[in-house]
Design a binder for this molecule. Structure first.
Ligand code: GLN
Length: 192
């Protein structure tokens, strides 16, 4: 079955996600207004600045329709800022989709480790460790019962989660050449 994957294209590195999907031979569509959501099988929310993306989701009347889709089982994958937007709690007021029962801490790494790369074992991802790129990344500081933890740093901090058809990663798979997480998400979208 073919799938069409939307990439939220309000701000951030949406072009890199679209390029990765193209590499996999998967059709993608940039989403900027509500009608762009029609007929999609899944949606990627890219990294960028979560406060900006959240405000633009409100401005373009996308916050409610995306929230409704996510709440009804539609597959959504948030990377970095996208992960932040999926959370129910980020400890400060900013527009959120609030779909995943988790607390996220923004910019959780100090200045010296502002950006770093590390190899991660990700549950359910065959083929060995995933080289993960973190850029002013958040961490997941608490999860509810429905949230499955897929990956942690060596110090135990949570950096990849799944709740039903919602997927969240604190790092940027679209900035590497490893397409396994994109493939996983496309499979989730096909299966949904
Ligand atoms: N620091 C950004 C935020 O809080 C996220 C960074 C990213 O997406 N690379 O929204």
């Amino acid at each position: 079955m073919t799938a069409v994957i939307g990439v939220l294209a309000l701000q951030g590195d949406f072009a890199e996600h679209a390029a990765m999907l193209r590499r996999l031979g998967v059709e993608s569509r940039e989403v900027r207004v509500p009608r762009d959501l029609e007929g999609l099988d899944g949606l990627v929310i890219p990294g960028g600045e979560s406060t900006t993306i959240g405000k633009l989701l409100e401005t373009y009347a996308l916050l409610e329709p995306v929230r409704d889709l996510g709440a009804s089982g539609f597959p959504i994958w948030g990377t970095c800022a996208g992960l932040i937007l999926l959370a129910t709690d980020v400890g400060a007021p900013q527009p959120l989709l609030g779909l995943m029962d988790m607390t996220v801490e923004r910019n959780a790494f100090g200045r010296q480790t502002d950006s770093f790369e590390t190899d991660l074992d990700i549950d359910g991802l065959p083929g060995g460790a995933f080289h993960a790129v973190f850029i002013r990344a958040p961490i997941v500081s608490g999860v509810g019962d429905d949230v499955e933890v897929l990956a942690k740093l060596d110090d135990g901090r949570i950096v990849a989660v799944r709740q039903g058809n919602l997927l969240g990663t604190a790092f940027h798979p679209e900035l590497t050449t490893d397409a396994r997480l994109h493939s996983l998400f496309v499979e989730m979208a096909r299966a949904a």
